[in-house]
Write a protein that binds this ligand. Structure first.
Ligand code: HEM
Length: 428
């Protein structure tokens, strides 16, 4: 009767014939546990007839964190970026355990929502769905700390003092979503084409983040993959993201190394970036590198402008950035607009000055070809409020991780205040 023992407090009992995913095999729902305990006291027939409401079951305190760790391990760590992103999207407008999948900005979040649904179910008498999702966000950050060993195997290695606990619970689930958390209120996500002030204002208004916190949270893109078939960014058929070897899912300061150069020469020694138009017209065919199958772009994905880089990674990788990422180091205000076909985010300045060509040369060249000097792209102005913070994080990985830990915790408590160790919604 090990199952009963678990009900009374012993952990890691076997599943007693209950069919559930391998990562949940040791965990019980409250109802299953109660029925088992009642059957052991009153017999199977009585239990089958139903457990009376006044029968008290001591619920176990199975470890939610362990269940999520197993889920992520089973996915070969592929769910790490997905729960970090889900945590962000859920917490815009207050963390409430639901996401409106009709909003195309949330494309790609169905998978992590579905994968965690059985865990939500098992723990539903103890934790809200929003608490479970927040835990998944923190566990993902924890599991992304480490490095590859000589055989290319990921080894967890957290710098001293860097852990990602879920410090508080008590988040309330939204109304109007289904049991998995799909639906609920319509929440607008930030534009991918924010300029520096837009980005800082968004994080300040929504999360009460200062400029350093805004820079730190964007470092989450060090583990991110851009899937063109989701939101329209990235390289077709490739598993590439914002940094070299993004698919290693390692959280560190390499996102910042993509954006600035050496101290004292932040601009010229930085990797170079070029903006490109991204055509997401339905039906464009491509070969998926992972499956080797030919696929076609589906409907409804908007055309985009993104930045790409070809001088930083060893292989033929081609990392990307959105305008909102780039806004951490370049100030696009007055330089960004909607193009003639209605695609937003077109920038009319370049990441660096043309190599070997200063202002004078460009002007002279313009005159020679009869082009107005105004029409020759100039280098974009520096984002003076944030570029030095980017550089600090590039130079100090532990400092970054330390700040990232604090800001991620603040993010997953958005919309709540802590009273006596429990979260209470802030009344607006
Ligand atoms: C203005 C702010 C932001 C913008 C415009 C933005 C934009 C994007 C875009 C376009 C994608 C690609 C989605 C896909 O292809 O599936 C993405 C992925 C991602 N974002 Fe952000 N993001 C922002 C902030 C954040 C923040 C604050 C976090 C985390 C705390 C975050 C974490 C991620 C992660 C982990 C992914 C990768 C998801 C995956 O690999 O499946 N982002 N973001």
């Amino acid at each position: 009767m090990k199952c009963v023992k678990e009900c009374q407090g012993e952990v890691n009992a076997p599943p007693c014939g209950v069919d559930r995913p391998s990562y949940l095999k040791d965990f019980w729902t409250y109802d299953e546990c109660c029925t088992e305990l009642y059957a052991s006291r009153k017999g199977d027939d009585a239990a089958e007839a139903g457990v009376p409401d006044d029968f008290k079951c001591t619920h176990t305190d199975p470890d939610l964190r362990t269940a999520i760790e197993r889920l992520i391990t089973d996915s070969e760590r592929e769910l790490i970026p997905k729960y970090l992103r889900l945590g962000f999207h859920d917490c815009v407008g207050g963390c409430d355990g639901c996401v409106d999948l009709k909003n195309p900005d949330n494309n790609g979040l169905l998978e992590p929502i579905e994968e965690i649904a059985p865990i939500v179910e098992v723990f539903k008498n103890k934790y809200s769905r929003a608490d479970v999702w927040a835990m998944a966000t923190m566990v993902s950050a924890q599991m992304s700390l480490g490095k590859l060993d000589d055989d290319g195997k990921f080894v967890i290695e957290a710098p001293d003092g860097i852990t990602f606990p879920l410090s508080h619970v008590g988040r309330k689930d939204c109304e109007g979503a289904n049991a998995m958390g799909i639906g609920g209120p319509k929440v607008e996500m930030p534009s991918n084409d924010l300029d520096t002030h837009g980005l800082l204002d968004f994080f300040s208004d929504e999360f009460n983040f200062n400029a350093s916190e805004a820079v730190a949270i964007m470092g989450a893109h060090s583990v991110a993959i851009a899937s063109r078939t989701n939101v329209g960014f990235g390289n077709l058929g490739k598993e590439e993201g914002w940094v070299c070897h993004a698919e290693e899912y390692i959280l560190n300061n390499r996102f910042y190394s993509m954006l600035v150069g050496e101290d004292g020469d932040l601009v010229n020694s930085a990797p170079n970036w070029t903006q490109e138009f991204v055509n997401n017209t339905e039906g464009i065919e491509f070969v998926d590198e992972e499956t080797n199958e030919t696929e076609a772009l589906g409907p409804g994905i908007p055309n985009r402008y993104q930045w790409f880089n070809t001088d930083k990674c060893d292989d033929e990788e081609r990392p990307i950035m959105t305008n909102a990422d780039m806004a951490l180091v370049r100030d696009f205000s007055g330089h960004i607009s909607v193009d003639e076909n209605g695609t937003p985010g077109k920038v009319n300045c370049t990441f660096k000055e043309d190599e070997g060509e200063g202002e004078d040369i460009r002007r002279r060249r313009g005159l020679r070809f009869g082009i107005s000097a105004q029409n020759i792209p100039e280098a974009c102005p520096i984002a003076s409020e944030t570029i030095d913070i980017v550089s600090e994080y590039k130079e100090d990985n532990e400092g970054f991780l330390h700040d990232f830990q604090a800001v991620l915790e603040k993010m997953v408590e958005n919309g709540y205040e802590v009273k006596g160790n429990v979260l209470y919604p802030i009344d607006n």
